[in-house]
Ligand binder design. Structure first.
Ligand SMILES: NC(=O)c1ccc[n+]([C@@H]2O[C@H](COP(=O)([O-])OP(=O)(O)OC[C@H]3O[C@@H](n4cnc5c(N)ncnc54)[C@H](OP(=O)(O)O)[C@@H]3O)[C@@H](O)[C@H]2O)c1
Length: 269
């Protein structure tokens, strides 16, 4: 049987303390990857690291706030020091937003989502790139379908994910000559705790975001699909038909896609 792709592959996962990032770490651990787990909550990171080690991985816990460039630099340096190289960087840390733009009290939420989702990915990528070039490694951005189309009540979130997509789509062209691949993932609704952490009009988490009932995927399935695409160095990973068809529909009937986005945010899913 062929060796798993990520066996002894040095993988940094940001946002590894919960949700999709945690699940990515666990599934990579099943392949005996050498992990660096980053997020702010060290207690949760330690718990994930213990699970990863129990599955046969090595796991470095690296508490990091990705909005701080110095902390991102430290994450990359610590990982390189621990394992001697970096093969894969998964920029997954993210935060949502759930409020109409006109209802914002101030710009706190807008700036926060941009700092975490976009600049956090840029910082980690900037410091990791020299290492990834040496290993002909893999760069990954976990975006969202909101990185491909506008979504009401999520304008700043969609903007931050569009920014990620523009950044990584450009970088892909630049780094191809070094053998570094760039994979962008576009999850739809995934059942994680993220819906309780969406920022509201006052910049604080809202608890009444839609229930995400229909079309909700488990974080296990989402992580599985992402890792399959990253292993194959796929350009894009759409996790369901809505994502795949939506990209084409947006070109042919953008008004229809707007109506689907409106319905999805009103009903959830
Ligand atoms: N769930 C969905 O429906 C969905 C759909 C499309 C895309 N996505 C994207 O998928 C990614 C993971 O989302 P999820 O659903 O798994 O959410 P989640 O369960 O809330 O996990 C988010 C992760 O990001 C980390 N994080 C947040 N702010 C951070 C910061 N400043 N510095 C470092 N880490 C930070 C959190 O850890 P700490 O709090 O410990 O820092 C946590 O580990 C996000 O980029 C999200 O936008 C999710």
């Amino acid at each position: 049987m062929a060796e798993p792709i990520f066996k002894e592959n040095v993988v940094i996962v940001t946002g590894a303390s919960s949700g999709i990032g945690r699940e990515l770490a666990l599934q990579l651990a099943d392949q005996h990857a050498w992990l660096a787990l980053a997020a702010r909550n060290s207690e949760s990171l330690n718990a994930v690291a213990a699970e990863c080690r129990a599955r046969g991985a090595r796991a470095l816990v690296a508490p990091t706030d990705v909005t701080d460039a110095d902390q991102c630099q430290r994450l990359i340096a610590q990982t390189a020091q621990e394992y001697g190289r970096i093969d894969t960087l998964i920029n997954n840390a993210g935060i949502g937003m759930w409020t109409r733009f006109e209802q914002l009290h101030d710009l706190t939420a807008v700036e926060r989502v941009m700092r975490v989702n976009y600049l956090g990915s840029v910082y980690c990528t900037f410091y990791a790139l020299p290492y990834l070039k040496r290993t002909h490694g893999r760069l990954v951005g976990v975006a969202s379908l909101a990185g491909k189309t506008g979504v009401p009540a999520r304008a700043a979130y969609a903007a931050s994910k569009h920014a990620m997509v523009g950044f990584f789509d450009s970088l892909r062209i630049e780094v191809a000559e070094h053998g570094v691949s760039v994979t962008m993932a576009y999850p739809d609704f995934v059942a994680t705790g993220a819906r309780f952490r969406n920022l509201g009009a006052d910049g604080q988490p809202v608890v009444d975001a839609p229930p995400y009932a229909a079309n909700t995927m488990t974080s296990e399935t989402c992580a599985q699909l992402i890792l399959r695409g990253v292993a194959k160095r796929q350009r894009d990973v759409f996790v369901n038909a809505r994502g795949k068809i939506g990209s084409w529909a947006k070109l042919l009937a953008p008004g229809l896609v707007d109506r689907i986005a409106l319905r999805a945010t009103e009903k959830g899913g």
